[in-house]
Write a protein that binds this ligand. Structure first.
Ligand SMILES: Nc1nc2c(ncn2[C@@H]2O[C@H](COP(=O)(O)OP(=O)(O)OP(=O)(O)O)[C@@H](O)[C@H]2O)c(=O)[nH]1
Ligand SMILES: [Mg+2]
Length: 446
């Protein structure tokens, strides 16, 4: 049994964490109080990987919530599902400033207390598992807490658990955000993810906004919708882990199947279908070809990037629900041809496919209609460079105009910390460039 410990950090991390656990409970037949519903036979016992048995047929998530903001208690602890001892909060939010979280002024008092308490609780969660495999962290790279506490915690986890896998669900900031300090938070946190995380599933609020607008055909959308889309993706990421499935059946398999050079571990995901309820008509019936075609459509990528002129590296495709292997195989061949999907030369495994026959659950009263089949794509690609270029350019604009730099200086930092963070991210961008060039070079040789 390789359990996974979930950690939610800051406001965004907490809200996504709560949505993920709500969906997981539905999929594993565990009610909001943690009672296992034995009317539904669940022979797969996947819930043991994420839930701890506290008494007969009663479970609690292996989950830790951390925030500098004490409001976290009012959000998490109204839910009977969670053990309140595993919610750790400070006195007040970092107000969007990562430097505050890592500065010696604050760090010596608040951050260190929060991190020490978190590590202590993680040790307890680890003791209550047989042989836990790793961590799954949800957070925003742009929040003061989501960036700084995640960075500190990742560093500590690397020291204390060097062999355990550290995976993150990382949310990139929204465009046109007036919080210019965010671009510094992002750079600091990206640096730390490059150094200390093993797998990062990247999500971009802008991409999520566009998906929601197209899918729900309304302007009335917000963070709650984005968070649910991310929670659905997390349900698919963990589906095979929970069910010992045929594809990406552990965090380690995710690592081996998607990453060949450790810093290049920023994965892109896409899912289809998602559509709004047309109350007067039934949702459309999609074929195996339809869902295969659409999941490769960049309109559904949860990061803004385009693979039209970019090559794919390691790629996996999970079908959930009522899909037929022969149809999938035909659909994939057609889609690869129709969409001109190409891989870098050095990667020869093609698209790894798996089917889990359970239909994914949906949120009650959700705008997402229950579906009979679903595709979830997860891949590594040089196309992620688009994300890094955007983050670097936002940083450069803020830095060149000295926007909010005084707030970093006030915490006792000079510009060096920012420059170093930027350098590391730029280096990674160059690595992705090399991976793409290698292909172009090889192609010209032929
Ligand atoms: N996807 C998503 N993004 C959010 C949500 N709430 C805020 N954001 C974005 O996340 C960033 C702010 O992060 P927060 O999580 O609010 O900050 P924090 O980690 O709590 O850190 P503090 O600055 O200490 O409050 C901004 O870019 C927001 O646009 C949310 O519920 N979902
Ligand atoms: Mg906050």
């Amino acid at each position: 049994m390789s359990e996974i410990l979930s950690i939610s950090i800051g406001n965004t991390g907490t809200k996504i964490g709560l949505d993920f656990w709500e969906l997981l409970c539905l999929e594993e037949n565990i009610d909001p109080c943690g009672k296992f519903n034995s009317l539904h036979q669940n022979w797969k016992f996947g819930y043991h990987k994420f839930f701890n048995e506290v008494s007969s047929q009663t479970y609690t998530p292996r989950a830790l919530f951390i925030d500098t903001d004490p409001n976290i208690f009012s959000i998490v602890n109204t839910k009977n599902l969670f053990n309140p001892a595993y919610t750790i909060s400070g006195i007040k939010s970092l107000n969007g400033n990562f430097a505050k979280g890592i500065s010696s002024k604050y760090y010596n008092n608040e951050s260190i207390t929060l991190i020490d308490a978190s590590l202590e609780n993680l040790r307890k969660l680890a003791e209550n598992s047989n042989s836990f495999e790793g961590f799954m962290i949800t957070h925003s790279v742009a929040g003061g807490t989501g960036s700084s506490l995640t960075s500190i915690l990742l560093e500590k986890l690397s020291e204390e658990y060097p062999k355990k896998i550290k995976s993150t669900i990382s949310v990139m900031p929204s465009e046109n955000n007036n919080e210019y300090l965010e671009s510094y938070n992002v750079m600091h946190c990206m640096n730390s993810l490059i150094e200390n995380a093993d797998i990062t599933f990247s999500y971009d609020n802008n991409a999520l906004k566009d998906i929601c607008k197209r899918t729900f055909r309304t302007e009335n959308i917000g963070f709650d919708n984005y968070n649910r889309l991310i929670a659905h993706a997390m349900s698919s990421i963990t589906c095979c882990i929970r069910n010992d499935g045929c594809l990406n059946e552990s965090l380690n398999a995710n690592l081996n199947n998607h990453i060949s050079y450790s810093p290049m571990h920023f994965l892109i995901t896409s899912q289809f279908p998602l559509w709004p309820p047309e109350k007067t008509c039934l949702p459309p019936e999609y074929s195996d070809y339809d869902i295969t075609f659409e999941v490769f459509n960049s309109d559904y990528f949860m990061i803004k990037c385009d693979i039209t002129f970019q090559k794919l590296m390691q790629t996996s495709l999970l079908y959930r629900g009522n899909c037929i292997p022969r149809n999938i195989s035909l659909a994939l061949n057609n889609v690869k041809f129709d969409m001109k999907i190409e891989f870098v030369e050095w990667y020869s495994r093609g698209i790894m496919c798996g089917i889990d026959h359970d239909i994914p659950e949906i949120f009650p009263k959700s705008e997402l209609v229950k579906i009979t089949k679903h595709a979830f794509l997860c891949f590594n690609s040089c196309a992620i460079s688009d994300m890094f270029i955007k983050l670097l350019s936002e940083f450069d604009i803020s830095y060149a105009n000295k926007i909010c730099l005084d707030r970093i200086h006030q915490e006792g930092f000079d510009d060096e910390v920012l420059i170093n963070d930027r350098e590391r991210v730029k280096m990674l961008l160059e690595d992705y460039g090399e991976a793409a060039k290698e292909y172009q070079y090889d192609e010209s040789e032929v």
